[in-house]
Write a protein that binds this ligand. Structure first.
Ligand SMILES: [Zn+2]
Ligand SMILES: [Zn+2]
Length: 74
């Protein structure tokens, strides 16, 4: 599961360098494993689910896995 969070902490003030709506912290991506619910840096799409590396079945063919993190990278 991919969640976009607004983490702009009202930095839209003079001198803080925040660009308001274009602030990069307004759209921070968080990846959560569908199986263990842990927040992870890298998420993989397998069998219709988005899983962390630990939850991927052993011996799964690399061709069957898509890196979700890369797909959505800005
Ligand atoms: Zn901001
Ligand atoms: Zn997991």
């Amino acid at each position: 599961m991919i969640t976009i969070k607004d983490e702009c902490c009202n930095c839209a003030k003079p001198g803080h360098g925040c660009t308001g709506n274009r602030c990069t912290k307004k759209h921070i991506q968080h990846f959560y494993c569908d199986n263990c619910k842990a927040e992870v840096l890298y998420l993989f799409s397998y069998n219709g689910k988005q899983l962390c590396e630990d939850c991927l079945p052993d011996g799964v063919d690399a061709d069957e896995i898509a890196s979700v993190s890369e797909e959505v990278a800005l």
